[in-house]
Design a protein around this ligand. Structure first.
Ligand SMILES: *Cc1c(COP(=O)(O)O)cnc(C)c1O
Length: 560
């Protein structure tokens, strides 16, 4: 088999289909949207990820908001074709056999980008090895590092086994994939006929690799004790090289990615700057994230765009023409989305929400820095706004990582606020946030709320999905919103840009914006509100998409 793909995209998680739980949040959704746009744009790409046979987890919440996690049962061969590709890796001296399942994205003119999902569940493997590709971000350090060996080293070997012998660029989407560089180095050493790598070998790998970092927080970077690395991977001679794999006794996957790449980027302008300050000895560029426009445009808005905007499905830039959309039709499409959401919320949670009330939405991973409960910082102030300016209701969703107690406490805190507010403001928390729910929730609310602690939100993408559906953001100025916010035109900023962000100040700013802008504009000046919706689509929907983003990767990261 001769395969001419020239870019290999590696990601621990890729959201491929709403029925496949192979992702945990924004990183995986971005990866899926990237590969999808690469197919649309006929970029020669192949992608590699893990199968995640038991998914991330299925979230159930009890009446106090306590999260329970269950493995996700999904039928792999309902979605994927098994290939005859086989490869193996060595883990702690054992040989572990891998197979690859295949998913394909097909562009409008038939260009195909295949995604290979690696799986160790084969009878030749020991029972504990068969479980290594079960859980996304599950298990302990040993489990995680074994998965990263499978993804990085196993992934390169699998591509070779499948006939991909002419790959020009290896793209590591986050540090989980960084060990692919070790296998490229092995290949190089074999070709060169020496056993110990030198600087020329490292340089040769660098020329092939690009790395994207997704978190500005150093603690968020994947790292393992060198002793564990040596035990699992073996004592590779490259582990002695300070310029490549070894950093202060740890195998830090971000540094590995940085050291072995000739192009490094963050995922929004500000994130690039912050990463550059954090890692001054590397050159770090920025490519702002996007979302796949067709995927994230709800059906009512798809029909609206089909009627008025030529070729928007092929060319997301043409959404700038949304400035011409008639107000009544925008409001009608939005009302349809909102009706669907409110009906579903009421059916699911018995909240008795009203489709005519201003509805705020907040859904993303329940990580502490995202501050899901900032809206509830001062309940009396919030109640006063609702009583004096107009009714408010809020829909939440989001999963906490199973070992993140802070994230779980955040969910429980939202439930406490829900109880405390129940006579004035209705709050619902929907279970098991996933792409399917995102497609219902984001377009169905009136305003999309985001209150991270800057500068920790590297990009954020759900606000981009909202913009495509005419839903303005009310958000802290961080990540993509620094580029997308035009005050009162595409939404509203919470807090200032930079400086000290403390909870009190940010919450006060959030209440001010609700009281003075969002609520009155929604209830008293509906035509202005719809005008803001129109600008969301025209200014932000037309730009923050993966068509633009993939063009940038082609120009800056993949170019030869
Ligand atoms: C888009 C999306 C995310 C990312 O949300 P952010 O607000 O960017 O953190 C997370 N989970 C799901 C299911 C999504 O669709």
């Amino acid at each position: 088999m001769q395969n001419q793909s020239t870019i290999a995209y590696f990601s621990m998680e890729i959201a491929l289909d709403t029925g496949m739980p192979t992702y945990s949040g924004g990183l995986g959704v971005l990866a899926g949207d990237t590969v999808h746009s690469a197919a649309d744009l006929e970029v020669p790409m192949v992608a590699v990820t893990l199968l995640s046979r038991k998914g991330y987890f299925y979230q159930r919440l009890d009446s106090a908001g306590r999260q329970m996690e269950e493995p996700v049962a999904w039928v792999v061969d309902d979605y994927l074709h098994e290939t005859d590709g086989r490869a193996s890796v060595t883990l702690e001296g054992r040989t572990v056999l891998l197979r690859a399942w295949k998913f394909t994205f097909e562009g409008p003119k038939g260009h195909v980008v295949p995604v290979f999902l690696l799986d160790t569940d084969l009878p030749q493997n020991a029972p504990s090895d068969r479980a290594l590709t079960d859980l996304l971000y599950g298990g302990d350090e040993r489990y995680r590092l074994s998965q990263e060996v499978i993804l990085g080293i196993g992934g390169v070997r699998m591509l070779r086994a499948l006939g991909y012998n002419d790959i020009q660029r290896f793209h590591m989407n986050e540090g989980h994939a960084s060990l692919l560089t070790l296998e490229l180095l092995n290949e190089r050493l074999q070709q060169q006929g020496h056993a110990t790598p030198n600087e020329a070998d490292i340089q040769a790998i660098r020329e092939q690799c690009v790395f994207t970092t997704h978190t500005p927080v150093e603690a968020g970077h994947d790292k393992f004790p060198m002793s564990l690395a040596r035990r699992i991977v073996g004592d590779h001679p490259a582990f002695a090289m300070e310029s490549a794999f070894c950093c202060h006794g740890a195998l830090n996957m971000t540094y590995v990615g940085f050291n072995l790449s000739h192009y490094i980027n963050g995922v929004a302008g500000r994130h690039g700057e912050v990463a550059q300050e954090t890692f001054p000895s590397y050159v770090i560029d920025a490519i702002t994230n996007g979302v796949h426009a067709e995927t994230w445009t709800s059906e009512p808005f798809q029909r609206l765009f089909d009627r008025h905007i030529r070729g928007w499905r092929k060319d997301a830039f043409s959404l700038r023409y949304a400035l011409s959309l008639p107000s009544e039709e925008i409001w009608e499409a939005h009302s349809e989305n909102k009706r669907r959401l409110i009906q579903e919320v009421n059916r699911d949670t018995n909240s008795g929400m009203d489709k005519d009330f201003l509805t705020l939405g907040f859904a993303r991973r329940a990580a502490t820095y995202k501050r899901a409960d900032l809206l509830f910082h001062n309940l009396d102030r919030l109640k006063k706004i609702a009583l004096e300016r107009g009714p408010i209701q809020v829909v939440y969703a989001g999963k906490a990582h199973p070992t993140d107690q802070g994230g779980k406490d955040l969910i429980a805190h939202v439930f406490q606020a829900k109880e405390a507010l129940k006579d004035t403001i209705k709050v619902a928390y929907l279970q098991n946030y996933d792409m399917e729910l995102a497609k219902l929730l984001i377009p169905g609310v009136d305003v999309w709320l985001n209150t991270p602690e800057p500068p920790r939100e590297a990009s954020g993408t759900s606000g981009m999905k909202a913009a495509l559906n005419g839903v303005p953001s009310l958000s802290v100025l961080d990540g993509w919103w620094l580029e997308g916010c035009i005050e009162g035109v595409t939404g509203w900023a919470v807090g200032g840009d930079g400086g000290n962000h403390d909870r009190d100040k940010d919450a006060a700013s959030l209440y001010d914006k609700l009281e003075q802008a969002v609520v009155p504009i929604f209830y008293v000046d509906r035509s202005r509100f719809v005008d803001i919706m129109r600008h969301c689509i025209s200014l932000n929907g037309s730009f923050f998409h993966t068509q633009r983003m993939v063009h940038e990767y082609v120009a800056k990261a993949y170019s030869l």
